[in-house]
Design a protein around this ligand. Structure first.
Ligand SMILES: C[S@@+](CC[C@H](N)C(=O)[O-])C[C@H]1O[C@@H](n2cnc3c(N)ncnc32)[C@H](O)[C@@H]1O
Length: 245
């Protein structure tokens, strides 16, 4: 493999795949699917549909399983470091064995809560395989949320803060925050009667669900809807903006 394209495919809506992504997809000889053994079928189907719609030339798909990992180790840092190194070794071997142009499809955009680019840097740092790589940007779930709620993420001239549910719990809400990776409805723990929420689940997908309003008025509705959807489908992905005042 002499070149690798890391291609952002958007957060679920196949119409949000960019022309640049389509052109890059059409150059790829081998798509690598990394460590997604436990991924929900619907997310796999989005990727498969994108390839079926846009790519006519033959390509190969190479799956690279994640190496086993101790989930409750005494030396957490050491074990994770070792796991990343073993993962990099597997990737390096797969890249070395591939011919032509490689491709990796990334959900949303690779710049946001995704480990693909760090993994590639690690593979190259090992020095056993050499290739050029490019990044094709995709529509993030944050942009999809803003568009569906017709929102500007910040007030005039203010910064945008994007964080996780865990950090929101640890740090609280200063003024506003976009919150991702929150499996525990942490917004219910944010104090105050002056907070507004704009919430979206399965953005761009057939089960897309949107709820917005004063946090204290709609939080219970979101918790119930989220619990029901998650139980019905077996999985959920959601993201929200919180803002004070
Ligand atoms: C591992 S991060 C990946 C983010 C991705 N790289 C992006 O650009 O959006 C996964 C989190 O993104 C958010 N997310 C991704 N796709 C989503 C969607 N279609 N609807 C709602 N939230 C989504 C959720 O907060 C989820 O927990």
């Amino acid at each position: 493999m002499h070149k690798l394209s890391v291609i952002g495919i958007g957060a679920g809506d196949p119409d949000q795949v960019t022309m640049q992504a389509v052109k890059a997809l059409r150059q790829v000889d081998v798509f690598f699917v990394i460590g997604k053994g436990a991924e929900k079928q619907e997310l796999v189907d989005v990727r498969t549909a994108i390839l079926a719609e846009h790519v006519e030339r033959p390509y190969r798909i190479v799956e690279i399983a994640d190496p086993p990992r101790d989930r409750a180790p005494a030396d957490y840092q050491g074990v994770v470091e070792d796991w990343h190194e073993r993962r990099a070794a597997l990737l390096a071997a797969a890249f070395a064995a591939a011919e032509g142009v490689g491709g990796i499809l990334v959900w949303g955009d690779p710049s946001l809560y995704d480990s693909t680019l760090r993994m590639i840097e690690r593979v190259l740092a090992r020095g056993t395989v050499r290739f050029d790589y490019e990044v094709i940007p995709g529509v993030t779930s944050v942009q999809a949320l803003a568009a569906r709620h017709r929102l500007v993420l910040h007030r005039i001239g203010e910064p945008v803060h994007i964080t996780t549910g865990r950090r929101l719990r640890e740090e609280g809400l200063a003024d506003s925050a976009v919150v991702m990776l929150d499996g525990e409805c942490t917004f219910t723990e944010v104090p105050g009667n002056d907070v507004h929420i704009w919430w979206g689940a399965y953005l761009g997908m057939p089960d897309e669900t949107l709820i917005a309003g004063p946090l204290r008025e709609v939080e219970q509705q979101i918790v119930e809807r989220r619990t029901r959807l998650r139980a019905e489908k077996g999985w959920i992905m959601d993201v929200y903006l919180l803002r004070r005042g």
